[in-house]
Design a protein around this ligand. Sequence first.
Ligand code: MTE
Length: 315
Amino acid sequence: MLIRIRRGWEIPEAQATPEAVFLNRRGLLLGLGAAGIAAGLPQPARADIAADLYPAKRNAAFTLDRALTEEKVATHYNNFYEFGSHKQIAAAAQKLTIEPWQVKIDGMVEKEITIDAADLIRKMPVEERLYRHRCVEAWAMAVPWSGFPLRALVDFAKPLSGATYLRMETFQRPAEAGGQRQFWYPWPYTEGLSMAEARNDLAFIATGVYGKPVPKQMGAPLRLAVPWKYGFKSVKSIVTFTFTDQRPKTFWEAIAPDEYGFWANVNPAVPHPRWSQASEELIGTGKRVPTQIYNGYGEFVAELYKDMTKEKLYM
Ligand code: MTE
């Protein structure tokens, strides 16, 4: 008999968007668009990549024990060093050109691929998931991402059996991103996961948020979301996925190896040299709550690390 155990972060069904409401809303949007085309009305310019895919159907397995962060708050309190080393980078990030956007999949794969981001997204099973999002600076949000499981991209890429890591890189465009003219940072922003992590159910590529394409300041057109790890692992605006047998040297690890390790799993008991991790501020609410091991996602991911006794798993 299959017994479904509700995981700690899941909320009762009634609090999720009922499917009928979702379907009606989507039907209405599609209907309005079709009516507009039929009537010969001017259609709005499609500056966003695969915008018609949103809102995506919510996957009820990934819901929350806390209210979603208000959209205005989550989209105006960001870390994106390419556009500045403070939180108010939303305006500066609008300089980023996201169309066209080529994604390269290379390294230890059957065949290297370069594909337009919109074409890639359309090949993937796009859905909505409610995730916690926790920065090592001890603030947290709750975000409705849309996108697809990273595992779907791994399968599409057909990695060779010897590949043990997936390295992900952000664009390198100092003319658009003023922060990249600060030559002392090791641009481009680079992050990585083990292949087992990349194939984990929770590892997600976000292409949308709040039922729309993901805005530039949050990492358009595609960024990683790995909610059991500190936010710096969730690399934004990815242009290259490289399969490799070498552990990638990540952006923050290159800058301060004692402060930012490769694994960076959330753990309230392991403080960062500058920030206690015991509790976190829920941005936009003024509330502090206790931090949870693996950010509350241990039932999904603890298994990944059970034999890694010699690794610094938490910072
Ligand atoms: N990705 C790139 N390319 N550049 C960055 O500076 N900052 C990271 C991560 N991804 C960063 C990045 C950090 S420190 C955090 S906490 C999250 O993005 C913030 O994501 P958000 O702004 O969408 O909340």
